[in-house]
Design a protein around this ligand. Structure first.
Ligand SMILES: Cc1ncc(COP(=O)(O)O)c(C=O)c1O
Length: 389
């Protein structure tokens, strides 16, 4: 038996496919974005303590108050925007839930949503589930490995119509490592002045920007914040992707609608972890050192790859970098990535997986994504396998 699918174009995500292939072939998995090391012992102790102290029942629907306060304090200290913890901050089951409920709350059938390609794989199916229409704008591909992918704001402007409800941004950007700069924010402010759309900004890598550059997200300018939902993830910041805890912040008129969907999606998320995170996140050093921690890993992997036939691209943020494999093969990105796993024991993600039409020519630039959120030994083992290609 089969039924008419609401998501006919969705299969198993490439991340799952590549991780399964990695397991089958005993490959070193630099594909899916998760650390292969444990979080801080203190965070684990705070969580066990919270469990022993009886924090094991339903917490309040928007998240426990102390965690919402810790989030508000962090954002106002770092970016200057004050969000009311009672009405403008919601703790969610990872950034994934925050993104999904924001889209379901805002997008109505027939609405258009502008999405920047390459993109995280959740956005398009979430828009389609809401009955919306994704309108794709491709980023400008860099000419050299040192340059960055960029958003062409003229193209974004061209994509806007009177049906545009939402623009989805991701900064710092997975998989390219692009970060928005002040000129980008100026251009966006300009567009928001002229058109009545909202911004959903996926900022899960907000604390992983290299070379001491600031994070310029939607909370860094009042005009942008007043029209935006900002999403983040404790999973990425504290090496706890499996805990699935994130949050979103938005002006109360938007958050009111988002909470209606959150209430009937999960109602609330795991209480001992929230109690622990509230105490842990109150200490700024827990997120302030993250960028330099990952910058070292970026440099290590980039240097190692530079001595192979891969050409690494400069990553300005996140825990990913792209590398060109033209010196090794002219196959499509997905064929190359699968072969690398099966024949050489190293798993990466084809960049084309971040495009709506992965087999199209414009999605195939001979680039694959490496994750460097790994222990030195894991990176060394992978580099040793790549060195002989
Ligand atoms: C850009 C982006 N957004 C959202 C997520 C999902 O975050 P979470 O694991 O907190 O649901 C990820 C995870 O890889 C991501 O890279």
């Amino acid at each position: 038996m089969s039924i008419e699918s609401k998501l006919p174009n969705v299969g198993t995500t490439i991340f799952t496919v590549m991780s399964q292939l990695a397991a089958e072939h005993n490959a070193i998995n630099l594909g899916q974005g998760f650390p292969d090391f444990n979080p801080d012992e203190r965070l684990i102790s705070l969580t066990t303590e919270a469990m022993k102290n009886g924090h094991n029942q339903y917490p309040p629907m928007p998240g426990i108050a102390s965690l919402r306060h810790a989030i508000a304090t962090k954002i106002s200290t770092l970016y200057g925007q004050h969000y009311n913890p009672d009405t403008e901050i919601t703790v969610t089951a990872g950034a994934t839930e925050a993104l999904m409920i924001s889209i379901q709350a805002l997008v109505k059938p027939g609405d258009e949503v502008v999405v920047i390609e390459p993109m995280y794989d959740l956005y398009v199916p979430a828009i389609e589930l809401a009955g919306g229409k994704p309108v794709l704008v491709q980023m400008t591909v860099p000419d050299t490995p040192e340059a960055s992918y960029r958003i062409d704001w003229n193209k974004v402007e061209d994509a806007l119509t009177e049906k545009t409800r939402l623009l989805i941004l991701n900064t710092p950007h997975n998989p390219t490592g692009m970060t928005l700069n002040n000129a980008d924010l100026d251009a966006l402010e300009n567009l928001l002045e002229r058109s009545p759309f909202f911004v959903l900004s996926d900022e899960v890598y907000e604390h992983i920007i290299f070379e001491n550059k600031p994070h310029l997200g939607m909370s860094s300018r009042p005009k942008l914040a007043s029209r935006s939902i900002v999403v983040s993830s404790f999973g990425k910041t504290y090496h706890i992707t499996g805990w699935k805890i994130g949050y979103c912040v938005a002006p109360s008129y938007l958050m009111k609608e988002i909470r209606k969907v959150h209430q009937f999606t999960v109602f609330t998320v795991t209480s001992p972890m929230q109690v622990a995170l509230a105490q842990y996140a109150a200490d700024e050093s827990t997120f302030n050192g993250l960028a330099s921690f990952y910058e070292e890993k970026r440099d290590y992997l980039a240097k190692g790859l530079a001595s192979t036939k891969f050409v690494p691209y400069k990553s300005n943020s996140t825990f990913f970098l792209l590398a060109n494999y033209k010196n090794l093969s002219h196959e499509s990105e997905s064929t190359f990535a699968k072969k690398l796993t099966i024949e050489h024991g190293v798993t990466v993600i084809p960049l084309s997986a971040f495009y709506m039409h992965p087999e199209s020519k414009s999605a195939n630039n001979h680039l694959v994504r490496f994750c460097f959120a790994k222990q030195p030994q894991t990176l060394d083992n992978a580099l040793a396998r790549l060195a002989v290609l």
